[in-house]
Design a protein around this ligand. Structure first.
Ligand SMILES: Cc1ncc(C[n+]2csc(CCOP(=O)(O)OP(=O)(O)O)c2C)c(N)n1
Length: 365
């Protein structure tokens, strides 16, 4: 499969009914790997459903779902190695799971428990894991882009093989960080993948109100970088394009921008009412005709790799696995309030020392 930048139409491997539109052999994916990809898609959706329910039950305060965007997240994270760097945004939990974040840790993060690798200190949807090089996202839209480029530049200077991937939404392309990051990465040949999940909305702002370019991928031209437009609901296409860009970065051939054209099913977050800004029928069209999980299942069925029995077995397995993960998260205690300032800096600043004393006096410890 030839992967070309700046195509007019999104690059795809599967039609909406799951039939391949390109030669599968060139992807180099084994049958077992296809099954594993499907498991990731199902798991990511189930984790998200469970996480959102925690808010509806009043057990957690905030959730931003990835539903509809699973193929973008799974396909882009699969080519990464354990040592590659992942900078996510508030909607990257699917990619973080593939990178190695455990579902129990994710739930603990949502619930603010001490099993959360960031121990409840960060804004919801901002977990990180040091050993896996998952950097906690900042709440400020776009910040992670310049941070990621800095990491990628450092890896190049140190002559290391690790690459960096940074996730952001279409809305983040209007931030200065995007333009600064793209320019620096290109000029310094940094091993970085800019992965834009274009879900067509930044809260209620539609893409057409966000940019006057036809695609986001074409913005890469202005920085002298390759820009790839891919069908973000086609996990094999996202995988193939991401692998291409990862190999390119790893072999010293610089950064790329990927625009994954997709759609979010849920509201922006649990604090949003999306019925106020979506045109009638749009959500239903994406859900019924382009769903990334159903599309890949149809592919597996056509390849004679899947059937209803296997589907039921997998759903039951995932449900049981997540019940155990949630129990583990809920058993983990809430963090001690006095630890709130730990890890802010290597050594507390005088101002934070003072705040810590105030807190101790307040808590009577
Ligand atoms: C600098 C800044 N402006 C505004 C916000 C509020 N805000 C949080 S998420 C968001 C929309 C982001 O949209 P997009 O980048 O497309 O990502 P999506 O939520 O669609 O995944 C906004 C405006 C913020 N956190 N930071």
């Amino acid at each position: 499969m030839e992967i070309k930048p700046f195509t007019g139409q999104p690059i795809s491997v599967l039609a909406y009914d799951g039939s391949p539109v390109t030669n599968l052999d060139s992807l180099g994916i084994s049958k077992d790997e296809y099954l594993s990809i499907y498991r990731w898609l199902v798991l990511a959706r189930a984790v998200d459903d469970r996480g959102y329910i925690l808010v509806r039950q009043g057990r957690a305060g905030f959730y931003a779902q990835i539903a509809g965007q699973e193929a973008s997240q799974i396909g882009s994270a699969l080519p990464l190695t354990k040592d590659d760097w992942l900078y996510g945004d508030h909607r990257s939990q699917g990619s973080m799971l593939v990178k190695g974040l455990r579902a129990a840790e994710w739930f603990a993060h949502v619930l603010g428990r001490s099993l959360d690798p960031s121990q409840g200190r960060l804004m919801p949807h901002g977990p990180g894991r040091n050993d896996l090089h998952i950097v906690p996202p900042s709440s400020t839209v776009g910040n992670q882009i310049t941070e990621a480029v800095g990491t990628a530049m450092a890896q190049r200077i140190k002559k290391r093989k690790e690459i960096t991937i940074v996730y952001f939404g279409d809305g983040a392309t209007s931030e200065g960080d995007f333009h600064v990051g793209m320019n620096f990465a290109a000029v310094y040949g940094s091993p970085c993948i800019f992965f834009c999940q274009n879900n067509q909305y930044a809260i209620s702002v539609r893409l057409q109100e966000q940019t006057h370019t036809k695609t986001i991928a074409e913005k890469a031209k202005a920085y002298g970088m390759d820009g790839f437009l891919v069908d973000g609901n086609d996990v094999l296409a996202v995988y193939a394009v991401s692998k291409h860009c990862a190999d390119k970065a790893r072999s010293g051939n610089g950064p790329s921008l990927i625009e994954a054209y997709t759609y979010r099913y849920g509201p922006h977050s649990s604090a949003d009412d999306d019925t106020r800004y979506r045109p009638k029928g749009e959500l239903e069209m994406w859900r019924n005709e382009r769903d990334p999980v159903v599309r890949f299942r149809r592919f597996l069925e056509k390849q004679k790799l899947w059937n209803d029995d296997k589907e039921q077995k997998l759903l039951a397995e995932v449900k049981a696995e997540l019940a155990v993960a949630l129990e583990e998260a809920e058993k983990s205690p809430v963090p001690e309030p006095m630890t709130v300032l730990d890890h802010t800096y290597e050594k507390l600043t005088p101002h934070l020392e003072w705040e810590r004393k105030e807190l101790a006096a307040e808590l009577g410890v």
